[in-house]
Design a protein around this ligand. Structure first.
Ligand SMILES: N[C@@H](CCC(=O)N[C@@H](CS)C(=O)NCC(=O)O)C(=O)O
Length: 209
């Protein structure tokens, strides 16, 4: 049985999307970030970095549980476990990993920084403008790629799309707009309409209720 410790957040959302797409059974366990539940000793025993999401895979047989943090690593683990949402061909697979690393080192930090500034009680205008310009820059990189292929790592939907979607789903909360990025806008609307994504968003949002 798969267990996902998560909250209604962009990085959390990626995991239920992947699980819904792959048709796997799972249980979502709420970690209330507003009450600092991620900082408890019990949570830090699963992830010493004190952040959601965490995946626990409890095998039915006698082997040890797999406990994983870092949303990109969880996506790779699930893709390898099921053989889904990652191509087998080495060069196509390389492109998926390229996007996952770009997400983890570029897109995710840019969005997080802009989000943290946007939620301050009186955001500093210059810091906010600088953070949003980095968000726009990475969205521009994605837009350029999506001009020539339907999905972020090529012609096939993959875990790289799920990774980018997690944060782009929160573009309004960080103060960004997709209007300047027609190819990202089109891609975003397509992913948002996928039944697995609709279900995952509903389940993830319910964690904060
Ligand atoms: N690199 C990590 C980032 C995880 C992360 O930043 N999670 C946020 C929610 S989206 C969190 O747990 N924040 C609580 C905190 O920083 O105390 C990943 O991709 O999983």
């Amino acid at each position: 049985m798969l267990e996902v410790h998560a909250y209604a957040t962009p990085n959390s959302l990626k995991v239920p999307i992947a699980l819904e797409e792959m048709g796997l059974d799972y249980r979502l366990v709420p970690v209330n970030l507003r009450q600092a539940a991620q900082k408890t000793d019990a949570f830090k025993a699963m992830n010493p970095n004190a952040k959601v999401p965490v995946l626990i895979d409890r095998p039915v047989s006698g082997s040890a549980n797999v406990v994983l943090s870092e949303s990109a690593a969880i996506l790779v683990y699930l893709a390898e476990k099921t053989g889904q949402l990652v191509p087998k061909d080495a060069s196509l697979r390389g492109k998926v990993f390229e996007q996952l690393f770009f997400h983890a080192s570029g897109v995710s930090p840019a969005f997080l920084q802009a989000f943290l500034i946007a939620i301050q009680s009186s955001p500093q205008a210059e810091a906010q403008a600088r953070a949003l310009s980095e968000v726009d820059r990475v969205l521009g990189v994605l837009d350029h790629g999506l001009k020539s292929h339907r999905y972020v790592a090529g012609d096939t939907y993959s875990i790289a799309d799920i990774a980018h979607f997690g944060w782009i789903w929160r573009h309004q909360a960080v103060g960004a707009s997709l209007d300047k990025f027609p190819f990202v806008s089109h891609w975003y609307a397509e992913i948002l309409a996928r039944p697995a994504v609709v279900t995952a968003i509903e389940k993830t949002m319910a964690l904060a209720q």
